[in-house]
Design a protein around this ligand. Sequence first.
Ligand SMILES: NC(=O)c1ccc[n+]([C@@H]2O[C@H](COP(=O)([O-])OP(=O)(O)OC[C@H]3O[C@@H](n4cnc5c(N)ncnc54)[C@H](O)[C@@H]3O)[C@@H](O)[C@H]2O)c1
Length: 328
Amino acid sequence: MLVLGAPLDPADHHQAAAQQALEGFTRSLGKEIGRGRTVNLVRLTDASAAESTLRFLLSPKSAYVSGQVIEVGTPQEPEGAPDGDRPLTGRTALVTGAARGIGEAVAETLARDGARVVVLDVPGAEQDARRVADRLGGTALLLDITAADAGARIAEALPDGLDLLVHNAGITRDRRLVNMPAERWIPVLEVNLASVLRTTDALLKAGALRRGGRIVATASIAGLAGNAGQTNYGASKAGIVGLVRSLAPRALAEHGVTVNAVAPGFIETRMTAAVPLFIREAGRRMNSLAQGGLPVDVAETIAWLAHPGSGAVNGQVVRVCGQSLLGA
Ligand SMILES: NC(=O)c1ccc[n+]([C@@H]2O[C@H](COP(=O)([O-])OP(=O)(O)OC[C@H]3O[C@@H](n4cnc5c(N)ncnc54)[C@H](O)[C@@H]3O)[C@@H](O)[C@H]2O)c1
């Protein structure tokens, strides 16, 4: 189900109250409706810019997206008419951490939509990265994203530039803060946040992202709601949200590139398979859909943000969590 609203008007508290009420209505209905159904709210500025968003939210591609509030603004660039089945034809996508898990599904989905994909992963994951790249007719780029020169090496590997940059690589090193040594804190902040800041800055500065491009970073509901044992991970993923909100308007104005984040909830991957059984079962069930999500659910959300018609979606953090009971 879809609820349509408008952005809150700071100069009109009656309008703002009514529009905010729609948010409470949507989130409450999401928790009532059950049976695998979803409810989302779209705040529209310009209805002509909303087609890709409405199509996504009304299709099974958004099966694990519920209770979300998504703002669709005004597109900056006139949108061409993309190929219906392969809307990303002619575009180059770089996905970090794409040798397995969510990243692999993202690469596969963007390739399905016509993009040429570059599968970036650590040298230790060479076999898997090459397997994914070969299967999708793309190329593998073996690189630790925390390397100081990672941005320069990406730009060098893609001399014609790129259109879609998906920051997906991420790690966990869980421990309660009282027992958290620097060896568990630093790598999580480095992989999940500092490298995203460094490579984004380097690629934007080098002009490597073409106009009409997209940056999508991977946050987590742990960064929005907090999670015991994950102060390092929660901090890194909350940092992604700050990056997106601050950079999005400037990147669009200066480079014609949108910047958004997805915040997955419990997604069935090797990362969540390593969680102890009791916590894993709770994580799987504690959402309005009472089940875990699949990597493809995150991948389809990224494919919607990458779509040429989604240029009016900017600075958004979209949870892919089945409306997890953790956080809003
Ligand atoms: N699985 C979930 O439930 C879940 C929930 C919320 C957020 N996320 C986020 O989604 C993203 C993908 O998660 P996943 O479950 O697929 O994880 P995963 O562990 O299955 O895969 C992560 C990939 O990133 C790669 N990687 C790690 N460090 C790297 C580095 N320094 N340079 C390049 N590549 C590196 C790994 O080799 C691996 O291929 C992560 O950012 C994660 O934090 C996952």
